[in-house]
Design a protein around this ligand. Structure first.
Ligand SMILES: [Cu+2]
Length: 296
């Protein structure tokens, strides 16, 4: 009799240890995937719980789910996911909205074949129809994260000499499966340099990226004989990317330095009038010399 008790206790301890080792890697994620995906869920029935703790199962609307079911306690179980919120015990697996497994036992594990989560975001429950109201947990459906995109400049500051130009690359990256056309534009904090993006629209495929080139020109503006240099100093360039209601922008600081090939301000001198003046001066001197030589 004592020997039997000892053997029974030993068997129990071994069984419990085995269960802990078997169930622990199957802990379900408590964080939903950011977007619809294919998910394989394993539930092990050990009365009075699923996976020891009746874990909250969180999925994303649009996910395709398969559920593997096994029993470790010698009993027969049946999983029901109550998507219509009407379950109140009993064998009620005829509702179209709900998902039900066949009965399963240690010798007959089963699986709910792949199905897509079509229910609206919300908190539902899953049950064992045979052991209601034990063996129940929360089944949460979340909305998928919205598609979006990011905009990143290859560098956040740029130095360009007067009468020159510089470029940096602008990278647009799809987030959460975004795909579509993005329009780009560049504005500058005050007049002087010219900023432009080429191409001015890019198309992203889902999870893809594309780039555009921001070009800054500091060439002096000219009007007739006069040219006005771009003022040295700091500017802010804002690059805006929009696609429908999604709008993102990034800023690049621009420093305009002195022209490297000529002293500052030289380009503002009216070159043609000076040249004309010099020619006229030579003409006057030449005429004077000519006239003096004729007198002698
Ligand atoms: Cu059960």
């Amino acid at each position: 009799m004592r020997l039997t008790n000892a053997a029974g206790i030993l068997a129990c301890v071994v069984t419990i240890l085995g269960l802990i080792m078997y169930v622990s890697p199957m802990t379900l994620p408590s964080i939903a995937p950011v977007r619809a995906s294919t998910r394989a869920i394993s539930l092990v029935a050990t009365y009075p719980n699923w996976n020891m703790t009746n874990p909250t199962i969180t999925v994303t609307k649009g996910d395709t789910i398969t559920i593997s079911l096994s029993s470790d306690d010698g009993s027969t179980h049946q999983l029901l996911i109550d998507f219509d919120g009407e379950y109140a015990g009993g064998s009620n697996c005829t509702t179209v909205a709900d998902q039900c497994s066949s009965n399963f036992s240690p010798s007959t594990p089963t699986q709910i074949p792949a199905f897509t989560i079509t229910s609206n975001a919300g908190t539902y429950k899953y049950y064992c129809t045979i052991h209601y109201p034990n063996m129940q947990g929360l089944f949460i459906v979340q909305n998928p994260a919205l598609p979006n995109f990011t905009i990143n400049p290859s560098q956040t500051s740029l130095t360009v000499a007067q009468d020159s130009s510089g470029t940096i690359s602008i990278t647009l990256t799809s987030v959460n499966g975004f795909s579509g056309t993005i329009n780009l534009s560049a504005t500058i904090s005050r007049s002087g340099p010219q900023a432009s993006v080429n191409p001015s629209s890019v198309t992203l495929t889902s999870d893809g990226s594309a780039s555009s080139t921001l070009t800054v020109s500091t060439v002096a503006s000219t009007s007739g004989y006069y040219s006005t240099p771009v003022s040295q100093g700091s500017y802010a360039i804002n690059v805006t990317a929009s696609s429908g209601s999604l709008i993102h922008s990034t800023s690049v600081s621009l420093t305009v330095g002195s022209a490297s090939s000529a002293p500052p301000g030289s380009s503002s001198l009216p070159v043609l009038p000076i040249a004309g003046g010099v020619i006229a001066l030579f003409a006057v001197i030449g005429t004077a010399i000519f006239l003096r030589r004729r007198k002698h």
